[in-house]
Ligand binder design. Structure first.
Ligand code: SF4
Ligand SMILES: [Zn+2]
Length: 383
């Protein structure tokens, strides 16, 4: 019914205006546009103070297209995008996710996970409801699969959030827990302001974004944890309903733009836990991002629509770590696993223990100016 409605809108005017080259430019060869994406007639009656004109919107006759992420939703008046954070009002695409936080917490930076970026520092971590993926295993579905207004708990516009961090001497801000890409305008403005006040910004994302918005954000972002669901396209789609190619492209862009990147990979039993999948993915990371890129293999715990599955067996995780190392990566960590060895950093040259961690806590740090005492440079941002 929704699809039929939107197709009717397309036939009514907007899409017919596009010639073949415009289509190509818009979608960059990424497949069908988002005619069947989004929620019909789901916009609020009135916009409130958490609304702003959305970035990356293209007018198509009576319709509006969002080109922030590869879903490329095509929306009519009062429709809401697939991510739930964008609506069309009076013919203009508006974000409704600007300052209405659902979460604000103080974490250690290791929780993102980031192990080669200012170890042990506190990071003020915020979220707004909404997401452009539908992952079967989502741990945070109670905020990611909701409209921002449904889960908003507190108000913090960019100036207020940055001021809070500065006043409390918290050096880092993280945009995390749900999917910060879909509250792009808030991240963009907050990160730019934070940078001007001497803070650093961290994005925790699944990386499903178009190249231009990502490149425009990069100058304000210092580090990214990017969670990749799988390398095999069909498996990625099954877990998340999205495509893996834009995510791999985002990783390459971040690398090109000089943003520090760590990659996480959740080992979901029977889905994304095969040593072969992980070995191939580690090989891709080593080849495209470099052997010094940290890979965090995360233990699955039953959540959301996968409550029937068991936690990932520890032996399987250790086997996967061996495969990832054999595939060319120097730093492979096991997340959500007890014991110091799983999350500690060792020198790839002489095997020396460099940063000892107990869970999220840094117990000892033997790095000197980002180097092992043997002289080996450890990739990352340590000062
Ligand atoms: S950001 Fe949201 S509205 Fe825009 S294309 Fe992606 S899912 Fe659709
Ligand atoms: Zn060493």
């Amino acid at each position: 019914m929704r699809r039929a409605f939107l197709k009717k809108c397309a036939a009514a005017g907007g899409l017919a205006l596009l010639g073949p080259s415009a289509w190509k430019e818009l979608f960059m060869g990424e497949g069908a546009p988002g005619l069947d994406m989004g929620f019909r007639d789901d916009a609020p009656e009135k916009l409130d103070r958490f609304s702003r004109p959305a970035a990356f919107a293209v007018r198509r006759g009576r319709l509006v297209q969002c080109v922030l992420c590869p879903h490329a939703c095509i929306l009519g008046e009062n429709d809401r995008g697939y991510c739930r954070t964008r609506v069309v009002k009076d013919g203009v695409l508006q974000t409704v996710a600007y300052g209405n936080l659902c979460t604000a917490a103080l974490d250690p930076v290791e929780k993102k996970p980031l192990y080669h970026f200012l170890p042990g520092r506190p990071i003020l971590s915020v979220a707004i409801g909404g997401c452009n993926l539908r992952c079967l295993n989502c741990q945070n579905w109670e905020i990611s699969q909701r409209r921002p207004a449904e889960v908003a708990e507190q108000e913090a516009f960019p100036e207020e959030l940055v001021e809070l961090a500065v006043r409390r001497k918290i050096p880092l801000l993280a945009y995390t827990y749900s999917e910060p890409i879909v509250w792009y305008e808030y991240v963009r403005d907050t990160a730019a302001l934070a940078r001007r006040r001497g803070l650093r910004n961290v994005l925790v994302t699944a990386g499903f974004i178009h190249p231009r918005p990502l490149r425009e954000l990069c100058p304000s972002i210092d580090a990214v944890t990017l969670d990749v669901k799988a390398l095999t396209p069909a498996l990625f789609r099954r877990i998340s309903t999205a495509r893996v190619e834009p995510v791999l492209r985002a990783l390459r862009i971040l690398r090109e733009e000089g943003v520090w990147v760590e990659v996480s990979f959740l080992m979901v039993p029977t889905l994304s836990d095969s040593p072969d999948e992980i070995g191939r993915f580690a090989g891709w990371v080593a080849e495209n991002l470099g052997p010094g890129t940290p890979l965090h293999l995360l233990r699955f715990h039953p959540a959301n629509r996968l409550l029937q599955l068991p936690p990932t067996p520890i032996e399987e995780m250790e086997q996967a770590r061996r495969r990832a190392r054999e595939s060319g990566l120097d730093f492979v960590y096991l997340g959500n696993v007890a014991g110091r060895e799983a999350g500690s950093t060792y020198c790839p040259r002489d095997g020396r223990l460099l940063i000892e961690r107990d869970g999220m806590e840094v117990v000892e740090n033997h790095l000197v100016g980002g180097r092992c005492p043997c002289g080996e440079v450890i990739p990352g941002v340590f000062t």
